[in-house]
Write a protein that binds this ligand. Sequence first.
Ligand code: PA5
Length: 467
Amino acid sequence: MKKIKLALNYNNMMSAKLGNGGITAAHINGMKPRIKAAHNNLKQKREDGLLGFFYLPYDVKMREEVRKTAEIINSKFENFVVLGIGGSALGTVALARALKHPFYNMLPADKRKGPKLFVMDNVDPETCAGLFDIIDLKKTVINIITKSGDTAETISWMKILWGKLENKLGKDKLKDHIVITTDKEKGFLRKLVNRHGFISFAVPDNVGGRFSVFSPVGLLPLASIGVNIDELLKGAAYMDTLTSNDNVWKNPAYMAAVLHYLSDIKFKRNITVMMPYSNALNYISDWFAQLWAESLGKKLSLDGKTVNAGLTPVKALGATDQHSQSQLYMEGPFDKVVTFIRVEKFRQDIAMPSNFNDEESAAYLSGQKMSKLLNTEEKATEMAMTKNKRANMTITLPEISEFTLGQLIYLLEVETAFMGELYNINAFDQPGVELGKTATYAMMGRKGFKDKLEHIAVGKDRKKFII
Ligand code: PA5
């Protein structure tokens, strides 16, 4: 099989381009003992079965089960509604947007060849009410996804949809319209599965939400709308061969992590901008922002010291944000590393017709392809940033396909896990998120949480500081 491999170009991070503000080979080689230790730790955790995301590309049984259910859903339903938030939603959105038609839900059924996809995460009452204006529940399957079985947003969406389904179709039809993805044994949702016999999938214990897109969390909705999950996982497995290499010079995930780490430690560049030049890849940045923020933003190191580690992820889109955020990146503080994502060959292209040739500002575009303009803008921004001594690197996808997206997702997952090791923090927990969840439960009156509020609330809210 011809390997369509993505590439990481980090020339514009290095001293040859950035002078004193650049990273040198000596900096990277100087980190070798640290890199070796991080590699060994990660390898050990993988072998001990603590990090399940490493194994998802190889779980053939899970993939087959997903595929069987997805085939039925694909042929039977007009709408696929995901109820889930954070790691239970963002990967699906990112990959559906990347791999399906840009206006997928608006295509006629014979062109769409699968149900429309709606991912309902936020508890916004207007969105919720609006959904019922456009879907017919009789033609809808609902995939409730929550690893913990506890998340307020997902449970409230579930309550509403459950109530509507019961009213419209009757209790005995619930089973035909609901699929549950949750912990294999624990939690409220698993109880429901056991009680009512819903079709269900398990989120493996050792796979955290933000690392779960290659589990049934992401695979079921994606396969149901016709994404080729075999190719996606093949891409991930291929990247696994590259990111298992202990030599940082040959391992794109380790190299990207080391460059970000050195940028932070040596140059105080602690903002990570992800800027794809492709609308299809726009939501990869949202998914990445969660992965990076929730994994690396940690108060404590593994040995219990207060470190308040973390790099702030920022989402940008090329060329759109050249006309908004770029000015800051070119001339503002030297506190960012920009990662461009560029696509060599677009699935569709369109040439500009030869018209308005008597006008300078339009004539030069005649006969040129839109992809050329977009990719030239990417190159031009790279050059201008480098000229201004702004650290940047570029991930190039030869094309947008399941195989290359599988690589990209897996690369960023391993990079994040490796960053956790370099910072000596636990990249796989999220105590900060849990604290917010606890406060919500307490304020919404959940049993057993009332007294927890006293430990969370800080002072009284004073009227005099409100205008
Ligand atoms: O990555 C994570 O762990 C979180 O973002 C969760 O995915 C998110 O909070 C939703 O949790 P759950 O799947 O338990 O509803």
